[in-house]
Each structure stands twice: as C-alpha cells, then as structure tokens.
Write a protein that binds this ligand. Structure first.
Ligand SMILES: Nc1ncnc2c1ncn2[C@@H]1O[C@H](COP(=O)(O)OP(=O)(O)OP(=O)(O)O)[C@@H](O)[C@H]1O
Ligand SMILES: [Zn+2]
Length: 570
C-alpha cells in the first residue's frame, strides 16, 4: 500500500470561488485522492482557506464586519460548498489557525538562524489620520497616465497601467479619504531566495516528469531578468500572523505581520496538525517529517498557473532553507485557466458561475463531469453553456444514464428484479471484455499520471462500449428466440452497471454510489480482473431499478441560465 499526501491550492477567503478556481485546484485534487483511495492506498487529502492579507481586510470592511469574524463565516460557507461538490478533504483547515501561527513563526526563526533572512529599510505611504501604513490597494488617486480619478495604488482600472502609489496625483486613503499622506521609512524582512537559486534550480532540474507548464514557469522566475529575487515576507498590516522569531519577539518588527504568501503554504503542514488536533487523525508527522515516517510518502500538489512560482520556488525555499527534514513536494500538477463565455472568470468583477450558484441549478456530478472532462491542461479552456449542455446530455444522460436505465428496466420487465440465470458468453462478450481490459489499463495509467481529460475520455469510451454492445446484442430481440442468451446479455449488462459505478466514482461520486446501491453491490473493490468483475453479481442476486441517474438539460434551461449568468454577480 502506497501513501499519498495530496494538497489543493488553498482558496482565498474573500468570497465564494468560481468554477475556474474549482477546476484549477480543488476538483482535480479530489479526483486524484478518490482514485488513490479506490486503489486501496492510504491518502491524506488536505485543503484550507487562505485568510490573511489586504483583500480579506477590504472584503470584511465592505461587509461591515471585523475581519476575524468575516473570515470565520466565509470559512464555514466555503466548507459547506466544498461538501456540496463532494470534495473529500480529510481536513479543511484555516491559515489563521494557532497551529499555522506557531509553525510560520518557527520557520521564520529557523531561516533567520541560517542567515537566510535580511532586514531591508524602505519607504511606504503612511496615513496619520488612520494611524497606519497603507498597502497599495488602500490608496487611490488620479491616474498620471489617463486622468482617471479612481486609480488604485497598484494599477489603474481604466487604462490598466501598473502604478506605484507615489505615481498617483492627489493620493487619498481608501479607509478615511484622508489626503495628508506621507512617505515614511519602515523596516521589513526579506527571504534570501537569491542565495538559494542554485539549490532550487538543481531541485527543479531533477523533476524531469513534471508538467511543462510547471517547470517552464519555475524556470522563468529563476532566470528571467536579474534572476530569482529576494522576497519581502513581512507587511505593515494588522491582520496576519505577528512577526516573531520562533517564540521570541523580533526587535524592530513590532506590530508587523508576515506576508500572506509566506504563511499560506505553511498551512499545508498546519492543516495536518489541525486534523490531528480535531481528533480526526493521530499522527501528522508521519506525513510531513521524513525523520518521523514520511520517507515513503508521495506528495502531490494541485494549483492554477498563477500559483506555480510560490510552490516551485518560495515554499521550497522555506522548506529547504530550514535545513529540517520536512517532506518536499514530489509532483506539482498545474492548470491553465478556464474562461467563461468569451472572457475571464473574475471574483472581483463577479463574472461567471460561482460554486454556490452552480449547485443551486444542478447536482455536483453534472459540474464535476463537465469540468474534469474539459480541464484546462495543455491550454486554457472555455466554459460555454452550449458545450455544457451538449456534454452533459451526451455523456451522462444518453450514454451512462441511458445504459443503466435500459438494462435494469428490461430485466425487470422480463426476468424481475434479480440477475437472470442461463446462457454462455459468445464472441461479442469476449471481444467486449478484451476491449474493456485494454481501456481499464489505459484509464489507470492516465489517472496515475493525472492526465485528467484523457482519463475522462477513456472512461467515456468504456461507457460507450457497453451501450454499443447492448445495441448490437439487442436482448429485447434475442429474448423472443433464445431467452437464455438474452438472460446472459442482461446479466452482463447489470454487471457492467456495477463496474461503471466502481470506475466512475472518482469523477461522479454521487451517481456511482446511487448505482452501486441500486445494484445492491456488496463490495466496490477496484477490478483486478475484468472477467471476475463482470461476474460479481451472480444469477439470483436481487437489485433495484435506479431512479433517473442523469436528466437532460433542455434548451429552455440553457437559455435561461445563459441569460441569468451573463451579468455581474451582486
Ligand atoms: N480561471 C481559472 N482557471 C483555473 N484555475 C484558476 C482560475 N482562476 C484561479 N485559479 C486557481 O484557483 C485556485 C484558487 O484561487 P484563489 O482563491 O487564490 O483565487 P484567485 O487566483 O485570486 O482567482 P480570482 O482572481 O478569479 O479570484 C488557485 O490555484 C488559482 O491558481
Ligand atoms: Zn489610467
């Protein structure tokens, strides 16, 4: 039995995630976790909410709530929606946890001891009226480029020019509107990533099996321009993990917090500690410490492309730089972007379909299937309502759902709700099992390699083969001349329903469970042997006709949804 540690990029707290976020991180991670569990391996699947930083403060202010309270509520909301999508996390933690605070302070202390942290003096906007430094996003003013009056400190939304707060004409505080802003000197900690460039590069170079998307982004950051830069890991904010050197205060760093991208990946480890502290597990170190049992763990991370630099360079710099025996990632599966109807999904602009809305209109499996079978792997992909309707109707309703329904209903009408007896396999059945055997091996290889789209298409090919077999065998016609042969065909069909349920579980867990229950299948073990799997339900075994597994999406619904989700979410 292998041991798999699996993490999904942790979703940011400032709102409900869209379908792009889902397919770029949590959903494929869940697919892989479910597959490895189905293969009998030991899995620890972790995720969390990413709660620190300015956008969380801004979102809380907009909601009129204290930021801690806002984050606690949004965490619950995200956890509930994740359950709705059947994301099978062993633990869904919070980067604002006590465990993460301690661990983040620990890493900063160890890195400082190793000489990998330096102090830098810089100037930053300070607002005496607000009594605080203002991050770029807290400053607005007139754009020097286009004259737009509400340009932000980091960028003008009108002309898209990247800005520095000092560029703005008549800058003002977003919090109070105060205009008496001044530049003040402030000290920050920088992680000396540049000192670790060679070590990081050698490590990346050793990962010859990683997706090109992952390694090409890492290489770009390592070598473009002046090469890998040191990175500020502290901020003048209230909301975040207080800067400490291990358990000790850090002279000169009073009132400062760690930068959100420093503490967020450390939460992958802290989430395992939270899992234990919540009484769900008894040993987190055997997953995370190579000196305490984690040397045989395979660790896989899932994320969208914008997260790759932090996972290939910054977080490994923290882990490697500590010199402590922490588990390093073995494989980083990264994704391109899913776009929405000719544009981008966007949380800030409320564009696209969001996870809560998706579940209001259709069950999780419909979305899981479409998203995974169209995952943006080798390039960006696009969600359109037409494509969604046609894929769901073809793959799920016409192929899988229809197969289960025809086989079970025909059996009930001619033989009753028990697996019928008699008949022997002919060439058609042997050909089918051989085909399924080949496809199954392919499916396993693709799932192991996390080739999500290809695995979906292989699974679909197995469903299609069953449908074609049924069409050709035509038990309804056979029955008239040779009821025993028809019984054999239907017996095989019922066993195929069970087999499909077992194999489809990672993609469409609810439908899989529903079909297994209807088939009254005792075990749902992964098939070692196709022939045996196709005789798992013996003659005389009782079953029930399942309720409709998948329904079709009508044109009227599609048009309705297309209109409803064309504007901005409020
Ligand atoms: N359109 C997209 N398609 C695929 N993955 C995406 C997309 N947008 C974001 N992601 C990924 O989703 C995961 C969670 O993202 P996160 O919560 O940080 O939101 P985000 O990247 O700020 O997205 P947005 O700006 O749209 O809110 C990350 O791994 C990110 O790379
Ligand atoms: Zn402008």
């Amino acid at each position: 039995m292998a041991r798999h540690l699996i993490t999904s990029a942790i979703p940011y707290i400032n709102g409900i995630k869209h379908l792009g976020n889902l397919v770029g991180s949590q959903l494929p991670a869940d697919l892989f976790a479910r597959y490895q569990r189905a293969r009998g391996h030991e899995v620890l699947f972790l995720c969390a909410t990413d709660e620190h930083g300015t956008p969380a403060e801004l979102a809380a202010a907009k909601a009129g709530q204290p930021v801690a309270e806002y984050c606690a509520e949004m965490h619950e909301v995200q956890a509930r929606i994740a359950e709705g999508f059947r994301l099978s996390f062993d633990h869904f933690g919070r980067s604002s946890s006590k465990q993460n605070e301690k661990l983040t302070q620990h890493f900063a202390g160890v890195l400082a001891d190793k000489g990998l942290i330096r102090e830098v003096s810089e100037t930053q906007m300070y607002s005496p009226t607000d009594g605080r430094y203002l991050p770029d996003r807290y400053i607005e003013g007139t754009c020097p480029n286009c004259g737009f009056e509400d340009a932000r400190g980091d960028q003008c939304d009108n002309c898209t020019k990247q800005l520095d707060p000092v560029d703005l004409i008549d800058p003002r505080s977003v919090i109070s509107g105060a205009t008496d802003l001044e530049m003040r000197e402030t000290k920050h900690l920088y992680l000396r990533q540049s000192a670790m460039k060679d070590e990081l590069e050698a490590w990346i170079d050793s990962k010859t099996d990683w997706p090109v998307l992952t390694t090409s982004i890492a290489k770009k950051w390592l070598n473009d321009g002046d090469g890998l830069q040191d990175r500020g890991i502290t901020r003048d904010l209230d909301w975040g993990i207080p800067v400490k050197r291990g358990d000790e205060d850090w002279p000169g760093m009073e009132g400062k917090v760690f930068y959100v991208w420093f503490d967020a990946p450390i939460e992958y480890i802290a989430s395992a500690q939270e899992w234990v502290d919540a009484g769900k597990g008894d040993d987190w170190q055997r997953w995370w410490r190579t000196d305490k049992g984690a040397e045989d763990v395979t660790y896989t991370q899932f994320m969208g492309k914008d997260n790759v630099p932090f996972h290939t360079l910054s977080f490994p710099a923290t882990i490697l730089g500590s010199g402590e025996p922490w588990k390093l990632v073995d494989y980083i599966k990264s994704f391109n972007y899913l776009n929405y109807e000719g544009g981008q999904f966007s949380t800030s602009r409320g564009r696209g379909v969001f996870m809560d809305q998706a579940l209001e209109i259709l069950p999780a499996d419909y979305w899981r299937w479409w998203l995974l079978s169209h995952a943006p792997e080798s390039s960006d992909a696009e969600f359109t309502w037409e494509n969604f309707q046609s894929s769901v109707n073809k793959d799920l309703a016409d192929v899988l759902g229809n197969f289960a329904s025809r086989v079970t209903k025909f059996c009930r009408s001619k033989f009753g709700e028990v697996v019928p007896e008699g008949g022997t396999w002919s060439k058609a059945e042997k050909d089918l099992t051989l085909y399924l055997l080949l496809k199954l091996k392919k499916y396993e290889e693709q799932m192991e390699a996390m080739e999500v789209r290809k695995a979906a298409s292989t699974l679909r090919a197995m469903w299609v083969a069953g449908n074609e077999y049924l069409q050709d065998a035509a038990p309804w016609a056979t029955f008239k001349e040779d009821p025993e042969q028809a019984a054999m065909q239907i017996r095989l069909g019922l066993n195929l329903v069970r087999l499909y349920a077992v194999l489809s579980g990672p993609f469409i867990p609810d439908a899989a469970a529903q079909l297994l229950e209807a088939m009254r299948a005792e075990g749902a073990d992964w098939p070692d042997d196709i022939d045996a799997a196709l005789e798992a339900l013996p003659a005389g075994h009782a079953f029930a006709v399942p309720d409709v597994t998948f329904r079709k999406i009508t044109d009227a619904e599609r048009e309705d949804w297309q209109a409803r989700f064309s504007g901005k979410r409020d």
